[in-house]
Design a protein around this ligand. Structure first.
Ligand SMILES: Cc1cc2nc3c(=O)[nH]c(=O)nc-3n(C[C@H](O)[C@H](O)[C@H](O)COP(=O)(O)OP(=O)(O)OC[C@H]3O[C@@H](n4cnc5c(N)ncnc54)[C@H](O)[C@@H]3O)c2cc1C
Length: 512
């Protein structure tokens, strides 16, 4: 029996959130789609693993853009529309901020959030509401403009706040509200989710982040992030997508500037009109295109010109008592010695000590997250790629254990008990773990950094110029919508849309 068809409309490299979103959308249009995934499971980072019979979430803290059943946001709506039925659980709080002079738990919903900030820093309610309302206006504009692009004069008329703030950093815009420093500190913890200090982070990105997470709250799937990838893969197969696991794509075949298919590590040559790659452009343009002479100089300039964003260092533990017994009260804690985001970002360059961390206790949103009488607790920091790249193989274990010990000691002093006395299982994930598991370039989980020169608005404008090889699209955290599981879905949909638009232009597919 022949394993592959002679030809596919589209081959998707990588069966994780981005790749599977592309596959679902293309299959819905009746295209023949092959997904090749190097692992024996779908999901990439959206996965879980089992230790001593306990299933453990590998990554997810919280998903953005899901929304409630009655008011779905774009990612939640996509899952619903595609018939991927996820059992979403709402995360009970925005976060607990453990910052100098502040121990404050904040909940989603603009008014609630502003009221709680006001309780901690009296007299700030109105101004915090003004910040959040501005964020929401920009968020609405971004959502509309990403579907209905318009000319600059039209934009000025309809999306004034978006246009006015688009050229400014988060620091510049927040300063105009003249809030006391502690209130600003309470508005800052999510910065790490987009990985740039506020003087470099475009306000547009901050606004979307705050409006989405604070305005609508965040969600997790009941059966871990793997619930998403498993159900997406199942649904895709129902819709006729062929998914083959343990198939590493080695080469993307190109002839006269156009893709013709791929070759797997096993040596299968498979033909298609389009290829969507979850692998980073850095990897594709320097190793995967065959022949490499088909890679234009500008593609190399593009990847060299972009700065890779953050990696993850995470200590994931199963503890021997319940959260209640241990006195763990918060689902999510952001903890730092300073909330100067530029300084935090600078410190993430090294191998520790890490002084800005985020911790999660899944049981507080999902009582079934671990077996009765136990709970999970993870401590994560998001180092820049620079530091971990320098670690020699012979030093890896020591560096990893030292960094983990520092985080455990820090959180033990915060929690008021020694975590080391309660660990049933422990897993330490480093940038190397992610690099080895997903082949992400330098172990980067967040794609390319958002900066004032290179961000979503600028990328939308240069997207066409960055199509260097006809028929080749990219889907993943490295694409326009940026990092995270929700944006990975959006990026996957965008790659599929690009393929569909190209086919419609050639008269080969029908518009939506
Ligand atoms: C510890 C940690 C915590 C995180 N927490 C959150 C969070 O709370 N919220 C959030 O939104 N995001 C979080 N993230 C980030 C998020 O997981 C990623 O941004 C997102 O999952 C990226 O999805 P992706 O589809 O782009 O890529 P990946 O998940 O990296 O998937 C790429 C896929 O492609 C496959 N592949 C790659 N190359 C090839 C090849 N050549 N041939 C075949 N297959 C290939 C890989 O095996 C993999 O399955 C976290 C990440 C980590 C590590």
């Amino acid at each position: 029996m022949k394993f592959y068809k002679d030809h596919y409309d589209v081959i998707v490299i990588g069966g994780a959130l981005a790749g599977l979103s592309s596959a679902l959308m293309l299959a819905e249009k009746g295209l023949s789609v092959l997904v090749l995934e190097r692992h024996n499971l779908p999901g990439g980072i959206a996965t879980s693993f089992v230790r001593n019979g306990i299933e453990i979430e590998a990554a997810l803290h919280e998903m953005m853009s899901i929304g409630s059943k009655d008011h779905r946001l774009k990612v939640g709506k996509f899952f619903d529309d595609m018939g991927v039925d996820i059992d979403w659980l709402k995360v009970p709080e925005a976060y607990h901020a453990s910052l100098p002079g502040l121990e404050v738990t904040l909940h989603p919903g603009f008014e609630t959030f502003a009221r709680e900030v006001d309780q901690a820093v009296p007299g700030t309610y109105e101004k915090v509401m003004d910040v959040l309302k501005l964020c929401h206006t920009v968020f609405d504009s971004v959502n509309e403009l990403s579907i209905h692009p318009m000319s600059k004069p039209q934009m000025l008329l309809k999306h004034e706040a978006f246009v006015k703030t688009a050229g400014y950093s988060t620091k510049e815009v927040l300063e105009t509200f003249h809030l006391p420093q502690q209130a600003l500190d309470l508005l800052s913890p999510y910065w790490i989710y987009v990985g740039s200090g506020f003087s470099e982070l475009p306000f547009t990105i901050y606004a979307v982040l705050m409006a989405d997470y604070v305005g609508y709250g965040s969600y997790i799937p009941h059966k871990f992030s793997h619930e998403m990838s498993l159900k997406m893969a199942e649904r895709a197969e129902d819709m006729g997508v062929q998914i083959e696991y343990r198939q590493h794509v080695d080469k993307i075949l190109v002839k006269n500037g156009r893709v013709t298919g791929v070759r797997t590590a096993r040596g299968d040559e498979i033909h298609s009109d389009y290829v969507i790659s979850s692998s980073y452009p850095n990897n594709v343009y320097t190793h995967m295109i065959e022949p490499l002479s088909e890679v234009p100089e500008k593609a190399i300039q593009m990847v060299n010109g972009r700065r890779l964003s953050l990696t993850a260092f995470s200590v994931i533990m199963i503890l021997d008592q319940t959260a209640e017994e241990l006195g763990i009260r918060d689902y999510s804690v952001f903890r730092g010695e300073t909330m100067d985001t530029d300084q935090c970002f600078e410190e993430l360059k090294g191998l520790g000590p890490y002084r800005y961390i985020t911790c999660i206790c899944h049981n507080l949103a999902n009582p079934d997250a671990t077996p009765a009488g136990t709970c999970s607790y993870s401590i994560t920091t998001l180092p820049r790629v620079d530091g971990w790249k320098t670690v020699k193989a012979e030093d890896y274990d020591r560096v990893k254990h030292e960094a983990a010990k520092q985080l455990i000691d820090d959180m033990s002093s915060y929690l008021g008990f020694n975590l080391l006395d309660h660990i049933l299982e422990i897993v330490i994930e480093t940038p190397m773990t992610v690099a080895r598991y997903t082949d992400a370039w330098n172990g980067c989980i967040y794609g390319y950094a958002h900066t004032m020169e290179d961000h979503i608005v600028a990328r939308l404008q240069t997207a066409e110029e960055e199509k260097f090889i006809e028929g080749l699209e990219f889907a993943g955290a490295h694409q326009i919508s940026g990092d995270g599981m929700g944006p990975a879905v959006t990026n996957g949909r965008k790659a599929a849309k690009n393929v569909l638009d190209a086919m419609i232009a050639q008269g080969r597919a029908q518009g939506r």
